[in-house]
Ligand binder design. Structure first.
Ligand code: DGJ
Length: 740
């Protein structure tokens, strides 16, 4: 007998009789010896949860969706691995202290001092939020202690994405200590696994490393508090069977949606299966949970692809635009930033000239960076004034409002930089509120970029930060953009007001989200850039409040080709700030071409551009206007990997496959380096015909690409095209348009 089940169906089987029947109710009650099987299905995959003889919830299958849902239950039978001595190796949320022998998802000390936990399935609910999104909630409870965990799985069907988190609570007679409290626990089966992880530092963000996973635990984590991704972002990939390529292989992308300390344990167990436990880092963070209080963990996000990394990234980018990034399907402003053009050395007159340049260049907005504030201690270097968010009257005698007006006069918008979480030791704020900073009272202060972090676990400090941002908007209602920076990690993690210091790291992040929520409730749409001394903070919890992020202060376009290649697996172009600056020795065309692969901006002295350079930039900005929707909202295909050859090539194809834009670059300066072989396109319609046209041509040059010829999608995807990249044509931008 064949059963075809719709999304959200539960299979319940009585262990004693073996009779299968389906429970179509939203809530499945607990029956003593019943096995409950719940397949969480997406367009391509199924994550199948099942209760076992101990009533623990386990993962019995995570992989390609089967035609017959009934067969998921057969999956465990075909493995002949060694014994599971605990009966919980594949736990959906591994509790410590009872039968568990592996890395737990949750570890507690109960009110009576006992350290054991056994989470048993009670029931589950299935709530279809809309045609694409279903929320599954599983309630687990300890049979001995009045302690429970709800596991949430938010399933995005079309995107093959699942967001998973847990809510922990109890009704014990006193407080319970949470020593570990993961968001999610996954269990993968394969003959081999490869981990692709990232590391970095300032100006060296998103450096990939890939290696076969060996037995034991590999932990990806951060203990930096703020700027938490500086050395390690929380995003990673796990390839199964063999390292996934761009278009082939099974690969899981994972990321924690959290802007503070995170921890992901990747454990290859003795049976050769992979256990993934991800959540807030419990480092120095034992949490005291009061009776009746709920501890809500952040979301752990994953997508599983059977068509390589490229497909996984397109699914994730689509999900991010639809469901996470603020205004992910909306518009963005191109901009001119003054950071590298002036650093701290500017005054009203200089800025007025830059405002004129903004208009001349043809971008939408001028962004005033660091250095505009501080009265008692003017911000003329990075040693002073953070926290003193009043204009420096020497530099700006007529204040920000005069600049906002001047911008309007030039028909451009005005945006401003702020670093609201920070304070300079030399500032009026620190003098007035020495207890508002993160510091150890009995130890010397220690600085990162000469500054301290404000204690956002303190609600008074939260009010101050909200007030500082609000003040900017209330005094300049037409302020159109905020760059929110965060240049310091947390040293001497200690709050001078918090009762329980073990809660500090968590309360800091809660305070930050509280601040962002309040700002967003008053200013829901104003674009904000998430910046953190370069790319030190980017995750999908923060991106709910931000329209874009700053990947790195390293804007050398060659570096950006590599860096944005990696970032783009996890974050779409619309959110990826990409500016033309003086970094790198490449010609302006190369710089602009690279910056166009993200959210375009400039940070140059426009008046230093030669006539032709300016002309080129102006035309490129006009072309960008025309193509930005395809870059931002289209599907990204990585065609030629800069790490593997002379040429890098990346395409963005509109969702209806009628138009695309392809960026190709020379990434080697070896003799005769260039596009010797054609580059195969992707994402087109095989039987449509397309015309290739070169844009972003430098004035006075012509293109060898014949734009009168047409090619079938089949040809372009099977044989390919040659952008004719070589030392004389180090970057080439081609448009691909369907000919009807
Ligand atoms: C770090 C940022 O990444 C830069 O873009 C710039 O805004 C500086 N901070 C300003 O201090």
């Amino acid at each position: 007998m064949k059963y075809s089940l719709k999304k959200g169906t539960t299979i319940t089987r009585m262990l004693c009789t073996g009779i299968l029947f389906f429970l179509k109710l939203a809530v499945a009650g607990s029956l003593c010896a019943q096995v409950v099987t719940v397949p969480l299905q997406t367009a391509a995959n199924a994550l199948v949860l099942q209760t076992n003889e101990f009533k623990n919830l386990s993962i019995i299958y995570f992989g390609k969706k089967l035609h017959d849902v009934q067969e998921y239950g057969l999956a465990p039978q075909v493995y002949r691995q060694t014994s599971d001595y605990s009966g919980m190796l594949n736990s959906a949320y591994t509790s410590a202290g009872s039968r568990n022998l592996m890395e737990p998802a949750i570890t507690v000390t109960h009110a009576d001092g006992n350290n054991s936990l056994d989470l048993q399935y009670i029931n589950h609910t299935i709530k279809q939020e809309n045609e694409n999104v279903t929320l599954y909630t599983f309630t687990l409870r300890d049979p001995v202690y009045d302690f429970s965990v709800d596991l949430f799985y938010k399933v995005y069907y079309r995107q093959d994405v699942i967001e998973q988190w847990s809510v922990i609570r109890h009704q014990e007679k006193g407080n319970v200590l949470l020593h570990k409290y993961a968001s999610a626990n996954l269990y993968l089966k394969s003959d081999a696994f490869w981990l692709r992880q990232y590391h970095g530092d300032w100006a060296r963000e998103m450096k990939p490393e890939e290696a076969r996973v060996t037995h034991g635990i590999k932990t990806l984590d951060s203990k930096l508090g703020t700027r938490a991704n500086l050395f390690q972002p929380s995003v990673f990939m796990i390839s199964m069977h063999q390292p996934a390529t761009e278009n082939e292989g099974t690969v899981l992308f994972g990321a924690l949606e959290y802007s503070g300390n995170f921890r992901t344990d990747i454990e290859l167990d003795y049976q050769n299966n992979l256990r993934i436990v991800s959540g807030i880092n419990n480092y120095a963070s034992t949490y005291t949970l009061k009776k009746g209080e709920e501890f809500v963990t952040p979301g752990f996000l994953y997508t599983l692809s059977h068509q390589g990394k490229g497909y996984a990234s397109r699914q994730l980018q689509d999900w991010a635009r639809q469901y996470k990034i603020l205004d992910g399907n909306g518009d963005r402003l191109t901009l001119l930033n003054n950071w590298e053009a002036t650093y701290f050395d500017f005054n009203e007159e200089k800025l007025k000239a830059l405002l004129k340049d903004t208009r001349k260049l043809g971008v939408d907005l001028f962004l005033l960076d660091d250095g505009w504030f501080g009265q008692k201690y003017p911000r003329n270097s990075d040693h002073t004034a953070l926290g003193d968010w009043q204009e420096n009257k020497t530099k700006l005698p007529n204040g920000i409002s005069a600049l906002v007006k001047e911008a309007a006069g030039n028909q451009v918008k005005f945006g401003i930089w702020i670093e609201p979480e920070m304070v300079s030791p030399k500032s009026e704020l620190y003098e007035k509120h020495p207890t508002w900073v993160v510091k150890q009272p009995a130890r010397p202060e220690y600085y990162f970029r000469n500054q301290l972090v404000l204690d956002l676990s303190n609600s008074e400090v939260q009010d101050f930060v909200v007030g500082a941002v609000d003040q900017l908007f209330t005094s300049n209602p037409s302020l159109a953009y905020i760059k929110w920076d965060c240049n310091s990690v947390i040293y001497n993690a200690h709050s001078l007001t918090l009762k329980n210091q073990s809660h500090f790291y968590i309360e800091y992040v809660r305070g930050l989200y509280n601040v962002l929520k309040r700002i967003r409730s008053k200013y829901p749409t104003v674009p904000m850039m998430l910046c953190s001394g370069g790319g030190g903070r980017v995750d999908y919890a923060a991106l709910q409040y931000f329209t874009e992020f700053w990947p790195s202060d390293n804007t050398d376009p060659l570096e950006r080709i590599f860096m944005q290649w990696e970032y783009s697996y996890f974050f779409p172009a619309i959110a990826t700030g990409s500016h033309v600056t003086d970094w790198g020795k490449q010609p302006i065309k190369f710089k602009v071409d690279v910056a166009m692969m993200g959210k375009l901006g400039f940070d140059i002295v426009v008046s230093h551009l030669a006539e032709k350079e300016l002309q080129f930039c102006q035309q490129a900005i006009r072309d960008y206007e025309q193509w930005k929707k395809v870059i931002w909202q289209g599907d990204q295909y990585r065609l030629a990997n800069p790490a593997e050859g002379d040429v890098a090539s990346v395409a963005y194809i509109s969702r209806d496959k009628s138009a695309g834009i392809v960026f190709s670059y020379l990434v080697s300066n070896r003799y005769a380096a260039g596009s010797a072989l054609p580059i195969r396109l992707n994402g087109l319609k095989s039987d449509s015909r397309y015309r290739l046209r070169e844009i972003n041509l430098y004035p006075g040059t012509s293109s060898p690409i014949d734009s009168t010829k047409t090619y079938s999608g089949d040809f372009l995807m099977t044989v390919g095209f040659n952008p004719e990249v070589n030392a004389g044509r180090s970057s080439v931008v081609l448009t691909v348009e369907e000919v009807k």
